[in-house]
Design a protein. Sequence first.
Length: 250
Amino acid sequence: MANDPIHQFRIHDIAGPWNILGHEISFTNSALFMGITVATITGVLLLAARKRSLVPGRLQSVGEMWYGLVHNMVDNVLGKEGAKFFPLVFSLFSFVLVANLLGMFPYFFTVTSHVIVTASLALFVVLLVVVVGIVKHGLGWFKLFVPHGVPLAILPFISLIEIISFLSRPISLGLRLFGNMLAGHIVLKVFAGFVVSLLALGGVGILGSLAPMAMAVALTALEFLVAGLQAFVFAILTCVYLNDALHPSH
């Protein structure tokens, strides 16, 4: 069980289940770490903003860098209209980033390694894009699926491709995050399992464990990079999709 690379992704009940209105509801390890993720974000940001000064301390520097990264992202993609969406993008970026990073600690649970979580976030983003587009432009928002300048003869085919492309957004957005976190953690656990197994063999095994140990260390560094990169990709694609809602014309 200790070397089972899939065991780290299993969801189990911490409390419950309780029967509420005919439905069984449990408090799981996934729900626990979602709560820990939100609490961690809140705690870090409150501590960073507690003592603001012209010469920032470490936490204030982290908070300012965190804020500045998302602010620049939103400003560059959405322009002046992006200010109203900054809290949303900041929240999504922070949740994905911290959830990814918490999953790197031993015995912690990686919330974003479950497709139901990432798909829910992606579906929320795409549905929000549809709502914002229709509220702002009415039926004119559907110009998004009618590229400008396309000959009338092939317009139906191009529009169909555009619709399929739009409908695939929540799938690609959710699967990208899920797949990267799942695959990276499995590979890391496999190499860590090699190290443990070889160390149990004694002298020769200790020598043989050096290569997988080095690989495990390299993969750990890579996974930290991927954790940040995937949060950035998720947030910037959210901005790109929101830009389509605000400016549907091609």
